[in-house]
Write a protein that binds this ligand. Structure first.
Ligand SMILES: CC(C)(COP(=O)(O)OP(=O)(O)OC[C@H]1O[C@@H](n2cnc3c(N)ncnc32)[C@H](O)[C@@H]1OP(=O)(O)O)[C@@H](O)C(=O)NCCC(=O)NCCS
Length: 163
């Protein structure tokens, strides 16, 4: 019934509406937005889920720099429309996109979100312990995941927009 597909150019307005509804109009002030800068999301990792007629969910990834180097992905925003929550769509989008990111050769993914939600995918705040954000977030919400074992071992420093 619900299909995962790459975002199409015409999906932009429906995604913006979904993000406004999911994160509120002040979402541009969230720490994750500071990390994205003026850089566009990665089209090859921007997925949506559609039902018969509606766009129900969206996930996007941004490239981010760690210590000035372009080394990691930032997962999100992830949003599932209110009417479709609790049916596993969020989980499907995360699993699908992380598998694609790994297949494309990415090694490190960062996220700012609920630890209980992201832990099953391998995210942990311990893995992000050597990294710092430009603005503080609640304890435990800044997490990292290694798509390539050991990929974070050599990385530390501040996270910021990719250039
Ligand atoms: C968070 C969100 C993406 C979850 O989407 P969803 O499709 O409803 O989630 P799923 O159905 O895939 O849930 C999978 C599991 O996570 C749990 N879960 C859902 N939201 C959760 C949350 N915020 N924190 C912890 N666990 C959560 C579900 O109970 C479910 O558990 P189960 O597998 O034991 O039944 C959705 O609620 C949403 O868009 N929220 C507003 C925007 C947001 O907060 N996005 C995430 C930013 S990091």
């Amino acid at each position: 019934m619900f299909q995962v597909s790459l975002e199409k150019p015409g999906d932009g307005p429906a995604i913006e509406k979904l993000l406004d509804q999911s994160f509120g109009p002040a979402r541009q002030g969230l720490t994750a937005y500071c990390l994205r800068g003026d850089v566009p999301p990665l089209p090859e990792l921007s997925f949506v889920m559609r039902g018969a007629a509606f766009l129900c969910a969206s996930i996007r990834y941004w490239p981010v720099a760690i210590d000035g180097r372009r080394d990691a992905l930032l997962l999100g925003p992830l949003a599932v429309g209110q009417a479709w929550r609790g049916r596993g769509l969020g989980k499907i989008l995360i699993g699908h996109s992380l598998a694609r990111a790994k297949a494309l050769g990415h090694g490190v993914v960062l996220v700012i979100g609920d630890p209980e939600y992201y832990q099953p995918f391998g995210f942990s705040s311990d893995l992000a312990a050597g990294l710092s954000l430009p603005k503080p977030v609640e304890d435990g919400r800044f997490q990292a995941c290694e798509l390539v074992p050991g990929a974070l071992r050599e990385l530390s420093g501040g996270v910021g927009p990719a250039r």
